[in-house]
Design a binder for this molecule. Structure first.
Ligand code: ZN
Length: 478
């Protein structure tokens, strides 16, 4: 779409969203749902289960439609408008505040958003904690009670691993990846990797944007973007792979259920598991580079022709604490989320006030990553989420990382020669396995049921930690 069309498109979208919201929350929808489900709980009126059984899809459709109806009906119109207006102003203020490294300019907006999100939590019922009700918007059924022990354990196990890595005598050469790489060649390479992953360019396309994203209009029209910097080819390539993982999920959703909740992805966490699986477990694996490194050397001969595969592999997997979440490696990434999770939870429970955030941020960075950002731009102001009112969103990134390892372990059990196939450039079994076990089900199962069904176990930190310990133990000779 040409840039000049943005404003009119925003109006069109607002009109469509308004109409869709009106229909979804209409008395007619309520009356139809009430014929089948208890409107206060969403459970079937005949006392049977909302999941499984003979009419699995029908049950899921009722359960998820009731959920969407309930969520959409909880907020009064005037609140939605107030929140929308506040966030739109807050987002503009955030852009400026970040540019000028001026937290105080953003503070009044953040304070307003926090108070509106508390108001929102109150509209959303009385179940669980206020933070639970915000988490549930992004990751259905996720709760503080589930996440707190998970993050506590993460903290207990991840920080010592990081310290062991940092005191290792192995020092990968990070400058290897900081040379000049022509943008066009980067994009050609990224496209080739996307095609190898099974991303269907007849039902998708790749473009360039400042921040990479995936936008899905239908399983037959799923578009991804990447960013490109000539000094850093990994930023572009791994964005391609990451968004490609999101894109494959959306291209794999069931067309027959398009327009219903069952034609949609389960949750943000499950969506992120798909992008992270491809980006980290496939794209950062030695097997992947056994296939692609010779091709990369051909694409950038001046930069890589004399560099052995193992040296390159060590460099792309460099572990180094950094200020910016989106640039973080696999080991430190979740510590960035841990810090945000603790701050959000404490804000919602009034243990922390918005004006204290820069200092709390620095303290937690010091404690978890051992470094302190000199500016708020590289600290509390770095992410857009809170300015959009998205409190409760960050944990879905860590959930995605944990799910991804659990899923991939199962895929490898089902297809034992998976690494060999990947090393030979054959990614089809990975894609097919994900299509089969995750994508084609849409929202038929909740996240917890899907994980239990696919892996035979509930969500756990163990597989993720075992993966990190094995991979980085090897790389850093721990
Ligand atoms: Zn993502």
């Amino acid at each position: 779409m040409p840039a000049g069309g943005g404003e009119a498109r925003a109006d069109q979208l607002a009109t469509l969203q308004g109409l869709a919201h009106e229909r979804l929350t209409s008395p007619e929808t309520a009356a139809l749902l009430a014929r089948w489900v208890d409107m206060s709980t969403g459970l079937p009126l005949d006392g049977t289960s909302a999941e499984g059984g003979e009419d699995e899809f029908a049950r899921a459709l009722l359960r998820e439609t009731w959920r969407d109806y309930t969520k959409a009906s909880q907020l009064p119109n005037d609140f939605v408008m107030r929140l929308g207006k506040t966030c739109s102003l807050a987002q503009q203020a955030w852009v400026e505040a970040k540019r000028h490294d001026d937290f105080l300019a953003f503070l009044p907006h953040l304070t307003q958003i926090v108070s509106l999100k508390k108001e929102e939590a109150a509209y959303r019922g009385t179940a669980g904690t206020a933070y639970d009700r915000l988490l549930d918007i992004y990751e259905p059924n996720a709760t503080e009670a589930q996440l707190t022990p998970l993050f506590d354990e993460l903290k207990r196990r991840l920080i010592p691993l990081l310290h062991r890595i940092l005191s290792s005598s192995v020092k990968p050469d990070e400058h290897l990846l900081r040379q000049q790489y022509a943008a066009e060649r980067q994009l050609t390479f990224g496209k080739m990797v996307l095609a190898a992953m099974g991303y269907d360019f007849d039902r998708g396309r790749l473009d360039v944007s400042a921040h990479p994203f995936t936008t899905s209009l239908h399983p037959t029209d799923v578009r991804v973007t990447t960013r490109v910097s000539e000094e850093d080819f990994t930023g572009s390539l791994f964005s391609c792979i990451h968004e490609g993982g999101h894109g494959l999920y959306d291209q794999g959703l069931p067309k027959a259920f398009y327009g219903t909740p069952l034609g949609e992805a389960v949750s943000l966490g499950i969506h992120e598991s798909q992008s992270r699986l491809w980006e980290n477990l496939v794209g950062l694996s030695l097997a992947f580079w056994e296939h692609f490194y010779p091709l990369l050397q051909k694409t950038f001969p001046d930069q890589f022709s004399g560099v052995p595969l193992k040296t390159f592999y060590g460099a792309v997997n460099l572990v180094k604490p950094s200020f910016i979440r989106v640039d973080a490696d696999e080991v430190t990434y979740n510590l960035h989320i841990l810090l945000r999770f603790e701050i959000e939870r404490d804000i919602m429970e009034n243990r922390v006030q918005p004006e204290d955030l820069p200092e709390i941020w620095r303290d937690k960075m010091k404690a978890y990553l051992g470094i302190v950002p000199a500016t708020d731009r590289e600290g509390v102001l770095q992410d857009v989420h809170w300015s959009l009112g998205a409190i409760g969103y960050f944990p879905t990134y860590t959930l995605g990382n944990l799910y991804s390892v659990q899923f991939f372990n199962c895929a490898k059990e089902d297809v034992p020669d998976m690494p060999k196939l990947i090393a030979a450039g054959n990614f089809t079994p990975v894609k097919i396995w994900l299509n089969e076990h995750i994508h084609r089900w849409g929202r038929t199962f909740t996240a917890n049921s899907l994980v239990a069904r696919v892996t035979g176990k509930p969500l756990s930190l163990d597989p993720f930690m075992a993966y990190l310990e094995a991979k980085y133990g090897d790389l850093y000779h721990l």
